[in-house]
Structure formats: structure tokens, C-alpha cells
Design a protein around this ligand. Structure first.
Ligand code: NIG
Ligand code: FE
Length: 408
């Protein structure tokens, strides 16, 4: 199957300053290289070739798509989501409007425990069906690769059910999917009086099975005051490493509780959230290869202060943005809206936000050799936009879907 995209006004993301699998950092995030008046050929779902219309080769194709007046760019790589869940938590949303905090709701047994109760009561096929519907929704908004976490099971059966659903989403969606094992998301009710025993249960009982069945790529921990401390995080991440699961963790969402430094110490691929970071965390990240992944959708929905993206980029760091799509802190996986938040609230430029969810999103899922840029041989995971002349229209035109058609 061969598809020719022709008359592309601008073909964005055609190369990166470095090709070493590393994210773009600091000033390198400021540009998204493009070709004007371009064509691109997709063959068997891969980028076969591309160039400028003045040098369009004579070629036969099964389909020709006229992209006049529109842009083509790499699909979004959303490196942090919890899209496998059983039910909305709109009741808690109303509780928060009426004055309860996210932490108070969690302390009262709501929050993650509320989601765990619902998920454990739902059968696997129903869970798959509604998760696939959410995945299809974000794919229509431009997502072409996604990381999905467990963490609403909080018991062996529930965690395995979630991870099997993620595996099926990977098999059936046609896009790249990475799975993270997040049993350390909250302490389940059964272990409330003996928290250390839950950590041991994850390490001794869950992890060996998850690893043996090849159900996860990464090990995640909600490292936070009131959830899992840095000592527990280190123990869990070291155990994950023994089974080949690299860390990608939740850090510094509610407090500056040492998660960033612990993630770096454990060689995490990324540390995610980072609402509560200061100069010490920025300095520590500068000396590491751990990718800071910011989730402004959660800060928006919980009414928290935003992450210091501008300061981080100006300090030379790579910044990745991701949705955090989940029923509690961010019930949306809409990346175009996230890009608007990146520009208006995090003071990133349109080019920086696009790089943060293409090149850097791919790097945060270790998919940069396959995705994130337009390069011959890479997966043809592409967005064809609605009519527009420049990528700044994507965050500008907020609330509208910039996607006319996806190629996967
Ligand atoms: O990334 N903070 C921890 N985990 C999720 C939210 C979990 C939930 O509220 O269901 C997050 O925000
Ligand atoms: Fe999260």
C-alpha cells in the first residue's frame, strides 16, 4: 500500500539537531524544522520518502491526498496516561468545587481508592471496551503513541486485569502503546494498617508475574507525601530494575517531597508532574539524563500552580508535556488543548510545545528511533491538519480539533 501526500503547505518535524535518541533540550526546542510545498510517500505504514513539490518524482500510488493549504506533522506521543479506568469521578469534581481538596478526598477513601473499587468490580471486556473508546477519541485528536499505566487495581488480579487490557489496546489500536506497572499508586484498604507489607506484596507477589508475562515496560510509583515515600520508592524501583522494568515515576505533584532526586538516583527515564520543584530540582535534572515531564492538565483541573517550564527550558533542560488522562486529576487526553496550556500558562512557544509532545514525548517512551520526527524509515504516524498556514494555529485555535486526518 502506497499513499502520496502532495501539496503539503508545510511538512513539520523533518529533522532534529541530534539523532542520538535524546530529547531536544533548551534552545534546541525553539524550532520545528519544516519544508514548504512538500510531498511525502507512505509505504506499508512507513515514511518511504519526502521532498519539495518542485522535485516530485514520477510515481504510482494507491491513494493520492491533496494537502493544499494544510500542514503535516508527526503525531503526538503522549507519554503519561491512565486511560484504563472504570468510571468517571465527577462526584469528587463537585466535592472539590464545594471546598474539599484532592488530598482530603483521598484521605476519606475517595480518589484512587474510589477508582480501584470500581475497576475491581468491572469485568475485563467491559473495561477494554470503554478504554478503547477513550483511546479512539484521543487518536482523533492527534495522538499516535501512548503510555498507559496500571494502578487502579491495587491487588494482583486487578493490576493484571489492567495490564492485560493495555496489552489488548496495543494489539488492536494500531498505534504504539507502552505499559507502566503502577501498583504503588495508593495503599489499598486491606493494607491500611500495615503499609510496609503492601510494598513487599508488590515486590514479592506482583512484580514476578507482571515481568514473567511481559505485561509492562516501566515501573511507576506515586512518590509523594501521604502516598509512597522516597525510601519505598527506591526499594520498588530497584526491584523493578531487577526484572528489566525501567522507572518512570510520579514526582513532586503535591509537595516538594524528594521524588525528582530519587528518580534521578534510580536512573528514571522520566520524572512526571513537577508542580512543586525549585532550583535544586532543576540543577539535579541538568546533571542527569532523566526527562522532566510536565502535566499541566492536572495542574489546570486541580487548580494548582503550573510547572516552571520556562525556567527549565532556559536552564537548558528538555521538557516533555503529557496529558495524564485519568478520572481524578485530569479527565482529558486532549493534546491540542494541552498545547494551549503550555503556551498560555507555562510560557512555552508554539514550537516548544510541539517539540515537547513529538520528539520529547517519543524520547520519554524510548520510541524516538520509530516516532516523533519525519525521517525516512520511521513509522508514518502523522497528522494532516485542518486548513492553516503555521503550527502556531494549533495552540491558538483552542477548543477546536486541528486534525483533519490521521495516518498510523
Ligand atoms: O497523575 N497523582 C497520581 N496519579 C494520578 C491521578 C490519580 C487519580 O486521581 O486517579 C495523576 O494525577
Ligand atoms: Fe499520572
Amino acid at each position: 500500500m502506497r499513499t502520496l501526500l502532495c501539496n503539503i503547505d508545510r511538512l513539520y518535524g523533518i529533522s532534529t539537531p541530534n539523532k542520538s535518541g535524546k530529547p531536544l533540550a533548551g534552545k534546541d526546542m525553539a524550532t520545528v524544522p519544516f519544508l514548504s510545498h512538500a510531498w511525502l510517500i507512505i509505504e506499508n505504514k512507513r515514511i518511504h520518502s519526502f521532498g519539495v513539490m518542485a522535485q516530485l518524482p514520477e510515481t504510482s500510488s494507491d491513494e493520492v491526498v491533496d494537502c493544499g493549504g494544510r500542514l503535516v506533522l508527526p503525531a503526538w506521543c503522549d507519554s503519561h496516561t491512565h486511560i484504563v479506568f472504570a468510571a468517571r469521578r465527577n462526584g469528587e469534581f463537585v466535592d472539590r468545587i464545594n471546598g474539599l481538596s484532592y488530598e482530603e478526598i483521598a484521605r476519606r477513601g475517595g480518589g484512587i481508592l474510589n477508582s480501584a473499587a470500581k475497576l475491581n468490580a468491572m469485568d475485563e471486556s467491559a473495561l477494554f471496551d470503554q478504554s478503547l473508546a477513550r483511546l479512539h477519541q484521543v487518536m482523533q485528536q492527534g495522538t499516535g503513541a501512548i503510555e498507559i499505566k496500571s494502578g487502579y487495581g491495587l491487588c494482583l488480579e486487578g493490576e493484571l486485569k489492567m495490564l492485560r487490557v493495555i496489552r489488548r489496546l496495543k494489539e488492536e489500536s494500531g498505534i504504539a502503546v507502552k505499559a507502566s506497572f503502577l501498583a504503588a499508586h495508593a495503599y489499598p484498604v486491606a493494607y491500611r494498617e500495615n503499609k510496609p507489607a503492601y510494598v513487599e506484596h508488590i515486590i514479592d507477589e506482583m512484580l514476578p508475574i507482571v515481568a514473567r508475562e511481559g505485561l509492562a515496560d516501566y515501573m511507576d510509583v506515586f512518590c509523594e507525601q501521604g502516598f509512597f515515600g522516597t525510601a519505598e520508592t527506591e526499594r520498588l524501583l530497584e526491584a523493578g530494575w531487577k526484572y528489566g522494568l525501567k522507572p518512570k515515576i510520579h514526582a513532586n505533584q503535591l509537595y516538594n517531597s524528594g521524588g525528582v532526586q530519587m528518580g534521578i538516583k534510580c536512573n528514571a527515564v522520566s520524572v512526571d508532574h513537577l508542580e512543586c520543584v525549585g532550583d535544586a530540582e532543576i540543577d539535579a535534572l541538568r546533571d542527569s539524563s532523566t526527562i522532566p515531564t510536565l502535566l499541566p492538565g492536572a495542574a489546570f483541573f486541580l487548580g494548582m500552580h503550573y510547572q516552571p517550564a520556562r525556567k527549565m527550558i532556559d536552564a537548558g533542560l528538555p521538557v516533555c508535556l503529557a496529558s495524564d488522562y485519568n478520572p481524578g486529576s485530569c479527565p482529558s487526553g486532549n493534546i491540542p488543548l494541552l498545547l494551549t496550556l503550555g503556551c498560555t500558562q507555562l510560557r512555552m512557544t508554539p514550537e516548544e510545545v510541539v517539540n515537547s509532545v513529538t520528539v520529547n514525548g517519543a524520547a520519554a517512551m524510548e520510541l524516538l528511533s520509530e516516532m516523533g520526527t519525519i525521517e525516512v524509515g520511521k513509522k508514518a504516524s502523522l497528522i494532516l491538519t485542518q486548513p492553516m498556514d503555521d503550527l502556531s494555529v494549533i495552540p491558538y485555535d483552542y477548543g477546536n480539533n486541528p486534525v483533519a486526518r490521521m495516518f498510523h
